[in-house]
Ligand binder design. Structure first.
Ligand code: GLN
Length: 196
């Protein structure tokens, strides 16, 4: 199993570490098109979605990653990565990958609480609450019919899955809890079984 972490900006090294700890056999960073070869799954980290989206276009990564997502390769977007996945962004015309049938709102948890942590129950993660780090986090305002809501916080959707697409408002790579990454690797294993 070979997983790529988009490495144009943001919390890249932390994702690589978490994926390795969660049992991924090979983890590579993705900076250019050829790095996508042979990947079974891709993580889109947090950072600043406008910047990452711009760099993805510049480095010719947007189209190939979109195609991979359409083909069923599992994609995991965290924070800005969730915004990259979204089909609609509140108050904004332009979207990036536009794959996941969700409407996201950026920076939606208020200024004075730009950064905070919360213990959340997440569907599919067993073993009690999951410590979640929110940094200028988006939330999901609306989901389409094919989207499963995995977690809500303050009545807002903060984690969801649509088939091979997984998105979280928070940063699972910033704690030692690797259950979310394990969940993603399980999605990758399942998709490889289906592909064979
Ligand atoms: N606020 C950022 C954006 O809109 C996301 C923040 C993050 O990834 N920590 O892109």
């Amino acid at each position: 199993m070979k997983i790529g972490v988009l490495a144009l900006q943001g919390a890249v090294a932390e994702h690589v570490k978490s994926l390795e700890k969660a049992g991924a056999e090979e983890v590579v960073t993705v900076k250019r098109r050829r790095d996508l070869e042979g990947l079974d799954g891709i993580v889109l980290p947090g950072g600043e979605s406008t910047t990452i989206g711009k760099l993805m276009r510049e480095y010719d990564l947007l189209e190939p990653i979109r195609e991979m997502g359409q083909r069923g390769v599992p994609l995991f977007g965290t924070c800005a990565g969730l915004i990259l996945l979204a089909r609609r962004i509140h108050g904004q015309e332009d979207v990036h990958l536009g794959l996941m049938d969700v409407l996201v709102d950026r920076n939606s948890f208020g200024r004075q609480r730009e950064s905070f942590e919360a213990d959340l129950e997440i569907q599919g993660l067993e073993g009690g609450p999951y410590r979640s780090v929110f940094i200028r986090a988006p939330h999901i305002m609306e989901v389409g019919t094919g989207v499963d809501v995995l977690c809500k916080f303050q009545d807002r959707i903060v984690a969801a899955r649509q088939g091979n697409l997984l998105g979280a408002s928070f940063h699972p790579e910033l704690t030692d809890d690797i259950r979310f990454h394990r969940y993603f690797l399980e999605m990758v294993r399942e998709s490889r079984c289906i592909a064979k």
